[in-house]
Design a protein around this ligand. Structure first.
Ligand SMILES: CC(C)(COP(=O)(O)OP(=O)(O)OC[C@H]1O[C@@H](n2cnc3c(N)ncnc32)[C@H](O)[C@@H]1OP(=O)(O)O)[C@@H](O)C(=O)NCCC(=O)NCCS
Length: 189
């Protein structure tokens, strides 16, 4: 994730978006402990490190000027109500000469591996392209995050380069990332 998105004042409220099976809505104060609990799950904390409630509030509830954040809702039990299964955010480059947007997301362990991540990404990608006028979207998973890379490829993102020594690990070592891009017209599904 890119630290620039974390330093600006609050941005606009997220619009309601719908995928085939997910609904995206603005993050509410009552979502903060729910999202913090999801981020504490080992399969999520491995890739989104160090998110306690204060950090969730600052980054996912308040956000920044170039960042839009949604809570992701879905029915995990077909007979039950929609529940919050994760979060997704879009960061928009403010310099028009380099206009593009980046996407990050996380899903609770119980919601992973069902195609819900790609569904949420498609909804945000279509909003960024159709409503926000972006021609280029990026996503930058850890090079070791095979599930994420497969999920993003399913939406049409293509790997364009290895980001060497990109992300600092808790032990102080640097880990590689993978830059993936999607141009307008390339959304799959
Ligand atoms: C990465 C993530 C957003 C992908 O969304 P998703 O809805 O799980 O994606 P998919 O259902 O398309 O799954 C992608 C692949 O990973 C596999 N997978 C995902 N989660 C899995 C799990 N918990 N156990 C086993 N396999 C899993 C799927 O089977 C699928 O494999 P396939 O391409 O061979 O069919 C989601 O798994 C997640 O939030 N993971 C934890 C946090 C994270 O890694 N965030 C991304 C940081 S860049």
């Amino acid at each position: 994730m890119d630290a620039r998105r974390l330093t600006s004042p609050p941005g606009p409220s997220a619009p309601l978006l719908a995928g085939d099976r997910v609904r995206l809505r603005p993050v509410l104060p009552e979502d903060v402990p729910v999202l913090a609990a999801i981020l504490a799950e080992p399969s999520v904390a491995r890739w989104w490190r160090g998110y306690d409630e204060a950090r969730v509030e600052g980054e996912l509830l308040v956000g920044g000027a170039e960042t839009t954040v949604w809570a992701i809702e879905a029915r995990l039990d077909p007979a039950g109500p929609p529940v919050v299964i994760g979060g997704i955010q879009a960061w928009e480059e403010p310099n028009p000469e380099y206009r593009h947007a980046g996407i990050d997301l996380f899903l609770a362990a119980g919601a992973q591996g069902r195609g819900l991540g790609p569904d949420a990404i498609r909804a945000v990608a279509r909003w960024l392209i159709d409503e926000r006028g972006h021609h280029r979207l990026t996503i930058d998973p850890a090079a070791a995050n095979e599930h994420a890379i497969r999920a993003y490829a399913r939406v049409g993102f293509r790997p364009v380069g290895r980001l060497r020594a990109y992300e600092r690990m808790p032990d102080g070592t640097w880990s590689d990332g993978l830059l993936m891009e999607l141009l307008a017209g390339e959304v799959v599904g």
